[in-house]
Design a protein around this ligand. Structure first.
Ligand SMILES: Cc1cc2nc3c(=O)[nH]c(=O)nc-3n(C[C@H](O)[C@H](O)[C@H](O)COP(=O)(O)O)c2cc1C
Length: 458
């Protein structure tokens, strides 16, 4: 039995996924703007040998152009929210082993600036940074960055490919190994012959370089991705080292994982070059009845309004009017995330779900594992046999859900070989893949040494 990787799935905001739960007496989500909440949390996560804390992020509100945001504000639905990358700097110095994953959209930062920020964080954390590559699905986010409308779905992935070209050139190609000399006696800090301009010219970006930071422990941060549409999967197969999935059951997960691994092989990578993390919420009890009772208690806090607003599906994206309840989900035109509808349809087998079904479906979109620690471990073993490498642990309350994991589930998982007993040394990539740098099969590797003719000519 191999150990599963475990991530804590959070967001630097009040209400990330489990809407309404911020009102729970044990929840500290409403104090997300107090850094000590996060420092305490990452220490708890490290005590529980979590592989990483993973921060989701968005740069706009859910809803159509000009849409009403009464529900978003009332529910704390990702507003107010703060920048996760700034927070990670504080969390890096509060931890030693925990991976620090953050989301940043190609929409929100110029790749030259983003590459520098990620390198800086990788230096501060001594190689524990991961980047969740997203392209943004919200109209409001597009309009916050000067666009009239959200760029078309598949074109967003083309945009992301160019963005990756730029940052990969900066991280992998701009500085040769050994360029940073720090030779006091000779008075040479760095050797200009080993530092290169990248001279990127593409449809969206022109970036001269060189990269300003010297290489960080991982150079390229560990690469996460979450889109599962055909374009999203092809993108993941080429670029991701880990993918977040939200499959409704082990069979659907197995099919998705096999397909993405096939695609990865077709572009010259290996099946094991991508790890898959499935999102789950746990409800643990000492008996099955207790777990069910606790689930009902938690459900009493759930806000269906919050889930509906988050799903972005119940209203027309053209004029913001509610869609008729009999509208089939499969007929909804959306330029946002496509896999969301696919996951909901897969959850409702034998019946084509409608807008009227949304309230019931979205609140349970992420699989829940409810039961005794042994029952949850059995379920996780089943998912592992379907091909998942890790778990993205969705919380009900912060820090309560993670403390419960440490106290009740971790010992059982460890006993069954499903969780590790200690951290491996080194960078996040070394912990997950046994190496600090991207493997040679990854498309970023083609930029290593690509800008060095000046040195070769001498
Ligand atoms: C588990 C999970 C986490 C995600 N986290 C974010 C996020 O933090 N920010 C964001 O803008 N999109 C996030 N997404 C959305 C994806 O990045 C992607 O844009 C979306 O799934 C639509 O892509 P697709 O149409 O290829 O499926 C997430 C998706 C999943 C499944």
């Amino acid at each position: 039995m191999t150990a599963l990787h475990i991530n804590a799935f959070v967001m630097n905001t009040v209400s990330h996924i489990q809407h309404g739960l911020w009102r729970h007496p044990e929840a500290r989500q409403a104090d997300f703007d107090d850094v000590t909440v996060w420092v305490d949390l990452v220490r708890t996560l490290e005590a529980g040998l979590f592989d990483a804390v993973f921060f989701a992020d968005v740069v706009g509100l859910y809803g159509p152009v000009g849409g009403d945001y009464t529900v978003n504000a009332r529910e704390g639905l990702q507003i107010p929210s703060h920048d996760p990358s700034v927070l990670l700097s504080a969390l890096a110095v509060s931890t030693e082993h925990l991976g620090l994953a953050f989301t940043s959209s190609v929409l929100q930062a110029h790749p030259f600036e983003f590459a520098r920020r990620a390198s800086t964080l990788d230096h501060i954390s001594r190689g524990r940074i991961a980047w969740n590559i997203v392209t943004s699905t919200q109209e409001n986010a597009a309009r916050n960055f000067g666009l009239a409308r959200l760029t078309e779905h598949d074109e967003r992935y083309e945009w992301a490919e160019e963005y990756l070209d730029v940052v990969f050139k900066l991280w992998e190609g701009s500085w040769d190994e050994g360029a940073l000399v720090k030779d006091r006696a000779r008075g040479v800090l760095a050797d200009a012959r080993r530092i290169h301009r990248i001279n990127h010219v593409g449809p969206r970006y022109r970036v001269e370089g060189p990269h300003l930071p010297a290489p960080s422990p991982q150079r390229t941060p560990l690469l996460f991705q979450a889109g599962s549409s055909p374009a999203g999967r092809a993108f993941a197969a080429r670029n991701a080292e880990a993918q977040f999935i939200s499959a409704p059951g082990p069979e659907a997960a197995a099919a998705l994982i096999a397909e993405t691994r096939d695609l990865a092989e077709r572009v010259g990578r290996r099946r094991e070059d991508i790890k898959f993390f499935q999102g789950f919420a746990f409800v643990i009890g000492s008996t099955e009845e207790e777990a069910q009772r606790r689930e009902a208690e938690l459900d009493a806090y759930v806000s269906i309004d919050g889930f509906l607003a988050h799903s972005n599906l119940g209203v027309s994206q053209d004029d913001g009017r509610p869609l008729p309840p009999e509208t089939l989900l499969k007929d909804i035109r959306t330029n946002g995330g496509r896999s969301h509808i696919a996951w909901l349809r897969q959850r409702e087998l034998g019946h084509e779900p409608t807008v009227g079904d949304l309230g019931r479906l979205v609140a349970r979109r992420h699989p829940r594992l409810v039961g005794t620690p042994d029952q949850i471990a059995d379920a996780l073993a089943l998912w592992q046999r379907a091909g998942i490498d890790g778990v993205n642990l969705i919380n009900w309350t912060i820090p309560g859900s993670y403390r419960e994991f440490n106290e009740h589930l971790l010992p059982v998982l460890q006993r069954r070989g499903l969780a590790k007993r200690e951290y491996a040394p080194g960078s996040l990539r070394r912990k997950l893949f046994g190496r600090d740098r991207l493997d040679d099969r990854h498309p970023a590797a083609r930029w290593r040494g690509a800008f060095t003719p000046r040195l070769a000519a001498e």
